[in-house]
Design a protein around this ligand. Structure first.
Ligand code: SAH
Ligand code: CA
Length: 238
């Protein structure tokens, strides 16, 4: 009761609490502008048992805007799944742009591949089936790669987010941007461990730790946006 009164007097600016507002944004701003191939990719992914993992279309729309704003050409994608964020990146960068896309699982990438091919953007993608960390370390061994990427999207195993961040701080140019997905972890970051559903517990802890780490990292300017499952945008400042 007291809590509700406080809420009414100081309404939150956040939208996440309101499912109807979220649907409103999707139906009025996101879906009407979503490119056809992305809709198709969402469609072929929808009955996959892990469909929930696909990037939220509202977050995707924002990432596409960001890619255009910073004129991103050389990008990295950690965690491809069926390729929603990969395809939206490929559609947003120029004809001669390149994406190094890394995932342990090639089978899920192949679900979206025909749509990526049909959209005419396959030539921009270098898919590497592997654990991401060794690939990033390999990239760093080539001097031309250091400080030479414009953008990265990180959406794989949360346990390595801190390690990915260290690599990205070297691979990105100053002014480059890395976006981390799922930084609100289903809203569990504000739940107690007790009420957090068991399958979410470990991710909750890791996400809280990672968010703390970003908040005090002087190498980046950050903005955590309540799009999709929460994304944190980091711009390398030095
Ligand atoms: N960005 C995707 C969703 C990624 S889901 C989209 O928009 O649809 C997370 C993906 O990370 C899964 O496909 C999983 O196979 C991959 N993954 C998990 N751990 C990984 C690791 N250590 N290295 C590389 N990929 C990993
Ligand atoms: Ca995700």
């Amino acid at each position: 009761m007291e809590h509700n009164l406080k809420k009414a007097l100081h309404p939150s600016k956040g939208l996440l609490q309101n499912e109807d507002l979220y649907q409103y944004i999707l139906e009025n701003s996101v879906y009407p502008r979503e490119p056809e191939p992305l809709k198709e990719l969402r469609d072929v992914t929808s009955d996959h048992p892990w469909a929930q993992m696909g990037t939220a279309p509202d977050a995707g729309q924002f990432i596409s805007m960001l890619l255009k704003l910073i004129n991103a050409k050389r990008t990295i994608e950690v965690g491809v799944f069926t390729g929603y964020s990969l395809l939206l990146t490929a559609l947003s960068i120029p004809e001669d742009g390149k994406i190094i896309a890394i995932d342990l699982n090639r089978e899920t990438y192949e679900i979206g591949l025909p749509i990526i091919e049909k959209a005419g953007v396959k030539h921009k993608i270098d898919f590497i089936q592997s654990e991401a960390l060794p690939v990033l370390d390999q990239l760093l061994k080539v001097p031309e790669n250091v400080g030479n990427f414009d953008f990265a999207f990180v959406d794989a195993d949360k346990v390595n987010y801190g390690h990915y961040h260290e690599r990205m701080m070297k691979l990105l140019k100053v002014g480059g941007v890395v976006v981390y997905d799922n930084t609100l972890w289903g809203g569990t970051v504000v739940m107690s461990d007790q009420i957090t559903p068991a399958p979410m517990k470990q991710g909750r802890k890791l996400t809280i730790e990672f968010n703390k780490l970003l908040a005090v990292d002087p190498r980046v300017q950050i903005s955590q946006a309540p799009l999709g499952d929460g994304i944190t945008i980091c711009r390398r400042i030095h």
